[in-house]
Write a protein that binds this ligand. Structure first.
Ligand code: 5AD
Ligand code: FES
Length: 351
């Protein structure tokens, strides 16, 4: 099969076997890439029209017990200035976001043991009580089945937990004292409990190959998450990977298009990391099949402290400024902003 036929098969069957996927990644040229992104756009338009969903991201703690080699808030980075938002600061941030029109709040943080299950449950209940029309998404790492269940019962709707890489060997080299199996189990537990689940991976990690991306794509097809977050790896100066190269735009946009065809209805963000490696990165992500953007709502005083990688955009902007900027960017490439909850079209909460 030639590359174009492989793209047609992916479009029609939403599936490729490992050999075909690898062939596609190894052989895609400019002309085929254009064809791939056209198909991806066709599919996203069929399910989501021109809509781009916005999520308000609240980075509420940068304390983390883990030591991921790539991440600027890893436990052993002594240069990181640590902060935690209080529950009132979190609620005030939601209020600001609500007034700007946001109806999804993503609570993201490092794995911070200060936020016990009781504290998390309290935060979730209070947000749901004050903003009943809003979806709450958690992104706070690996927890037990019981903890995930408690947050869900408190009203959390969605959970983001990137698998980071589906290559066990690469995973182990990047995550001291963590287990690949446990991360995967967490994702299946989240699905079992009833969350809308987001997995995802980084692009351009040191020694990462197309064979590794094939593993990521096969894993995503098997898990069938409702959301997939992918973005380029970007080195952070205070990490062991400080001297490495960042992931590239072209590989990221190709993978966005492939994921759109593999999981047609998936909610797929055009990430801040993509906007960081290229000034038009997020726009190009949308043109490749992405349909979500997650602007930062965190208070301006803490923004530069949530530093996962160097050069992160929007750290000096107020939420309202980012929103205007983003709307303009989204419209400049022919899409329209939707501030609604933006659930996955297939999803119904059965609680
Ligand atoms: N470059 C790009 N993405 C990163 N993340 C963490 N550190 C980096 C980095 N240096 C991503 C991880 C994590 C998400 C919150 O941010 O994939 O899951
Ligand atoms: Fe934040 Fe443009 S999106 S300033």
């Amino acid at each position: 099969m030639v590359t174009k036929e492989i793209i047609d098969k992916l479009h029609e069957k939403n599936y490729l076997n490992e050999e075909e996927m690898l062939y596609l990644l190894n052989n895609i040229d400019e002309e085929n890439k254009k064809y791939l992104s056209e198909k991806a756009l066709e599919v996203r338009t069929m399910y989501y029209g021109k809509k781009v969903y916005l999520r308000g991201l609240i980075e509420f703690t940068n304390y983390c017990r883990n030591d991921c080699m790539y991440c600027g808030i890893r436990a052993s980075n002594k240069n990181a200035k640590r902060y935690r938002l209080s529950i009132d600061e979190i609620l005030n941030t939601c209020r600001k976001g609500y007034e700007l029109g946001f109806r999804t709040f993503v609570l993201q943080g490092g794995e911070d043991t200060y936020f016990s299950n009781d504290i998390m449950v309290d935060i979730i209940k209070r947000i749901k009580n004050d903003f009943p029309s809003c979806a709450v998404t958690l992104s706070i790492g690996e927890k037990s089945f019981d903890s995930y269940k408690k947050y869900f019962d408190a009203g959390a709707d969605r959970y983001l937990l990137r698998h980071e890489t589906a290559s066990k060997k690469l995973y182990q080299s990047l995550h001291p004292n963590m287990s690949f199996e446990n991360r995967i189990e967490c994702l299946y537990n989240l699905k079992k409990i009833g969350y809308q689940v987001g997995a995802g991976f980084m692009i351009g990690l040191p020694n990462q190959t197309n064979e590794d991306f094939v593993k990521d794509l096969m894993f995503l097809k098997e898990l069938e998450p409702h959301m997939v977050g992918i973005g380029p790896f970007i080195p952070h100066k205070d990490t062991p990977l400080s001297g490495e190269k960042a992931g590239d735009l072209n590989t990221t946009t190709t993978l966005l298009s492939i994921i759109r065809l593999l999981l047609p209805k998936v909610l797929l963000p055009s990430t801040t990391a993509l906007g960081t490696i290229n000034p038009k990165g997020r726009e190009l992500g949308l043109l490749s099949g992405a349909n979500v953007v997650m602007p930062n709502l965190s208070p301006i005083e803490v923004r530069d402290k949530y530093s996962l990688y160097d050069g992160k955009i929007c750290t000096g902007e107020e939420a309202a400024e980012c929103l205007v900027c983003l709307k303009n960017r989204i419209e400049s490439v022919g899409f329209e902003v939707d501030m609604g909850r933006g659930d996955n079209v297939d999803w119904k909460r059965n609680a």
